[in-house]
Unconditional design. Structure first.
Length: 182
């Protein structure tokens, strides 16, 4: 009498079906996860621009003689016996290699014809590298548009945060730009 061998387990077809189902689920889930990551990066960039605005206001009222700092580094310098005006992660965010959450956050003094010096650098309470000026411009751009974020953000001495879906926002912020964060 011949014994029948009992074969238990999965057939090749069953395994292929399971792998195909996992592939379909992954194809549906991955784009949603990438959009969620971009959305998180954009929320972080908006928060960073708000933090810069707050730091600039504090710098102007306590350190810059009514003028604003012109770089991330100047805002990150602490006055004698005080705390810096922005967190250390924003100090280095103006360098692409150390961008924060997929965005480069940069305070700059790109030419605005109405900008003028208010207080010499040596006279600021934190001995800034540049003179405090009547205006500032902060911009947050994605490191890789479409991958780390889709929108650029900018603000200035008025404190309103504007956004653009297509390009970096120039200084001065164009009057025609009406997209802003509430």
């Amino acid at each position: 009498m011949k014994k029948l061998q009992k074969n238990e387990g999965f057939t090749l077809i069953e395994l292929l079906i399971v792998v195909a189902i996992i592939g379909i689920i992954a194809a549906i889930a991955v784009p949603g996860l990438l959009r969620a990551r971009q959305s998180g990066n954009e929320a972080s960039a908006i928060g960073s621009v708000r933090a810069i605005n707050s730091g600039e206001t504090a710098f102007a009222s306590s350190c810059g003689g009514g003028g604003y700092a012109q770089s991330n580094a100047d805002l990150a310098k602490a006055p004698a016996g005080g705390a810096p005006f922005i967190s250390p992660d924003l100090e280095k965010a103006d360098v692409a290699a150390t961008a924060k959450s997929g965005y480069v956050i940069d305070v700059n003094n790109n030419a605005d014809a109405a900008n003028r010096d208010v207080l010499a650098a040596a006279n600021t309470c934190n001995v800034a590298a540049a003179a405090s000026r009547a205006m500032y411009h902060v911009v947050a751009d994605p490191v890789s548009r479409g991958q780390t974020g889709t929108r650029s953000f900018a603000s200035d001495h008025r404190g309103t945060i504007y956004f653009s879906n297509t390009a970096t926002i120039a200084n001065p912020i164009p009057a025609a730009l009406t997209d802003f964060i509430q």
